[in-house]
Design a binder for this molecule. Sequence first.
Ligand code: APR
Ligand code: PHB
Length: 389
Amino acid sequence: MKTDVVIIGAGPSGLMLAHLLHAAGVNPIVLERHTQEHVLSRIRAGVLESTTTDVLVELGIDERMNRESLQHDGVVFADGERLIRIDMAALTGRHVTVYGQTEVTKDLIDAAEDRNIHVVWESEDVALHNVDGVDPHITYTKNGKEERVDAKLIAGCDGFHGPSRQVISAETGRPFELIYPFGWLGVLADVPPCTEELIYANHERGFALASMRSMSRSRYYIQVPLDQTIDDWPDEKFWDEICTRLGPNAASHVTRGPSLEKSIAPLRSFVFEPMNHGRLFLAGDAAHIVPPTGAKGLNLAASDIVYLSDAMIAYFKSGDEAALKGYSAKALARIWKSERFSWYLTKLMHRFPENADFDRRMQLAELDYLAESEAMQTMLAENYVGLPI
Ligand code: APR
Ligand code: PHB
């Protein structure tokens, strides 16, 4: 089989890219190792920058998002006693959209079916060949039969654990990584949120986040040591802890209920440079990971895909390779600024075991400054709503 572009991975990156290419008359084939159900079973973050919502609007896949999402003009930071609201709309003229990544992915999958975009679910043993040679191609197994797809370009949208980044040798590319000494325990529950806008809390017992999926479904997180499991956190213990860490004001509005989903995820900052090799181009989690504190994961994937789809379309429409050659540097410029913001917020809002007492004083001083300084609030607001693309 021959095609213009093979896209490895049907997560948000791969699906957004497939749609943008298809809309421009470029032929993609998406190879996804799992089933649709498995992909949609993943619970991920839920704060969208306009970078991401603009892609859905451009593709005409925004109807359910417009109907079901929440628009947030502000975000709140707490230090156990006080609540510091950042008025993003007043400071930047922009807002964020609260709409689960799972919902974004579902809308992209449903639209791909409606538009006959070729997605091969349960494609196993995906392997990349000759990505810097004359016949770049992919092999994979489907229903026990080995298949081959020859492509002019290959998009590695296969996430942090996928095969694409692995084909770039240590002589050609390198990782930059920081692993944090704690994880996030996340709970999803069909209870009304305790707050109208997200609350990020730095309590002496650790970080907490009050988020939501709708006005009837809440999403909470607490920082936990890496040696703990969900068995250490029965629901009642979790509800007690989130109320303690959010502080008395927010806690008085917390509605308890049975957890629908409970999981612990480690935190890391990771960037791989460069994001291309031969005819292979990496995008999204295949090239970078951010700690979820800044809600940047999906939004960085979206900006990668805007840059990459523009470059690929220019190549197929006019043979111009300049944007393809410039893709990695352009994407990395925005990635590193979002990595900085995610790292900054993680350092500001979490308890770090070493230097705990001094670190906490530094954090409280920073939160004091945030409460008092419009310049500091503007920095935070500009980054949270999303830097220019
Ligand atoms: N063959 C085919 N598909 C694969 C393979 C493989 N060998 N390895 C991984 N995949 C698929 C995964 O099953 C997944 O569906 O690639 C997809 C990668 O999707 P994500 O991990 O969601 O990454 P991305 O699409 O870049 O989206 C980034 O997702 O993980 C969150 O926080 C992250 O919000 C960010 C967003
Ligand atoms: C979420 O709602 O899952 C969420 C929101 C903001 C974050 C991280 C996760 O920073």
